[in-house]
Design a protein around this ligand. Structure first.
Ligand SMILES: [Zn+2]
Length: 114
């Protein structure tokens, strides 16, 4: 049973999730990135901070430096799956259906990250 006063665990501490990052820059709001992680989302976001599609997007499109706070605030968990194969399958389905623009831009980089 959950204690009503206890805080929910931060979403970034969840593992085995599909997540979506939305670019909130005014001229490109529908742009998003969908990915999956088997470790905590927090660890995954740390990777994104160092290299990869999201960082490239902000740097290339907006000439801004991606910050940890920005990543945390604009990334949401859209699905959860503990089975690794199912998780990868789900990620592929989400990307196929939603065609997130940031994934499309730099697909080669995403493979390097994974
Ligand atoms: Zn953008």
């Amino acid at each position: 049973m959950r204690n009503k006063t206890s805080k929910k665990p931060a979403p970034t501490q969840e593992a085995n999730v599909i997540y979506q990052h939305n670019c909130t820059a005014e001229d490109c709001r529908p742009h998003s990135y969908i990915g999956m992680t088997r470790t905590t989302l927090s660890k995954r976001l740390t990777c994104h901070l160092q290299n990869g599609s999201i960082k490239e997007h902000y740097h290339g499109k907006h000439q801004t430096k991606l910050t940890r706070q920005h990543l945390d605030e604009n990334t949401t968990i859209i699905d959860r799956e503990t089975d690794t194969r199912q998780l990868m399958f789900l990620e592929a389905i989400y990307i196929e259906n939603m065609k997130p623009a940031i994934n499309q831009q730099t697909r080669d980089l995403q493979i390097l990250l994974t």
